[in-house]
Write a protein that binds this ligand. Structure first.
Ligand code: PAF
Length: 284
């Protein structure tokens, strides 16, 4: 492992680093992650390195965004490998706080997410976005970055974060970067390590379903109900265990569209075995 990135575990130490960096007139880029880094995360880090002088990557598996029946304890933790990858991608600092550092016992203020968060992920994970926004705002405040980089695989998350930044006047510029895919089209995900070889094949049906919907929209399909029925059938034929949602929605408001209008976003969330996967595609 190379000397970089510098690993910082305490908020005070990170604040000192941020203050020195700012005094030196350098800009700061922030890439919040939960670790188990893959090419999707690294594309954000490389973009931050291109756009700003100093890149801070946070590695924190945020407990408040997991419901009690979700995979918090099983979530992959691969810190040594993550640090190697961050060194190669050019990150200056890895901020790796403990749960106690981020949430001391007397910490009780939370962010209440906007209306955009109530459908889709919010319907199936009602406490998720409150946890995401609270930790993201804390990380923004701790890191005082000029820019923060998020992946568009979490499409709804990126909209909800942008709305928080706008509504709460957070002085940071958000850049949402494209989904990075495996050669066979599957969207990269830290959770794909849970999949058996057979489940990995089934997981491809998410991308196949999105491609089918995109082709039909591009060929003029405007009947949202008919297309959603076809998408659900495609996921079932592909062998998914259950479907949370398969929709065509307005790209900004996330309202389900019938008739379909452009620009729209095709969004899918489904379980393959016990693994929950999401994917999406914007059609301009
Ligand atoms: O997208 C993620 O990995 C997480 O939701 C985030 C933004 C790092 C907050 O914990």
């Amino acid at each position: 492992m190379s000397d970089f990135p510098r690993v910082i575990e305490k908020i005070d130490a990170l604040r000192a680093f941020v203050s020195q960096t700012r005094t030196a007139g350098k800009t700061i880029g922030l890439v919040p992650t939960m670790g188990a880094l893959h090419e999707g995360h690294l594309s954000l880090v490389r973009r931050s390195v291109e756009q700003t002088d100093v890149t801070i990557v946070t590695v924190f598996v945020n407990p408040t965004q997991f419901a009690p029946d979700e995979d918090l304890s099983a979530y992959p933790r691969t810190l040594d490998q993550d640090l190697d990858l961050l060194a190669q991608a050019g990150a200056a600092v890895a901020f790796v706080p403990s749960n106690e550092e981020m949430y001391p016992p007397n910490c009780s203020t939370t962010v209440s997410p906007c209306e955009l968060s109530s459908a889709l992920e919010g319907e199936f994970r009602p406490t998720h976005f409150g946890g995401v926004l609270t930790v993201v705002l804390k990380l923004f405040n701790i890191c005082q970055a000029d820019m923060a980089f998020f992946g568009s695989k979490d499409y709804q998350q990126s909209l909800v974060i942008q709305k928080m930044v706008e509504d709460l006047n957070v002085p940071i510029q958000i850049e949402v970067c494209p989904i990075v895919r495996e050669p066979d089209g599957m969207a990269m995900s830290s959770r794909s390590v849970y999949l058996s070889a057979e489940e990995r094949e089934i997981a491809l049906s998410l991308k196949r379903t999105i491609d089918l919907a995109k082709d039909q929209i591009q060929q003029g399909q405007r009947d949202g109900f008919e297309l959603i029925t076809e998408m659900r059938q495609s996921l079932i034929d592909g062998g998914v265990t259950s479907i949370d949602y398969a929709v065509v929605a307005d790209a900004k408001t996330l309202e389900t569209l019938d008739p379909i209008q452009l620009p729209c976003v095709i969004l899918v969330a489904a379980h393959v075995g016990s693994t929950r996967l999401i994917d999406n595609c914007v059609v301009e």
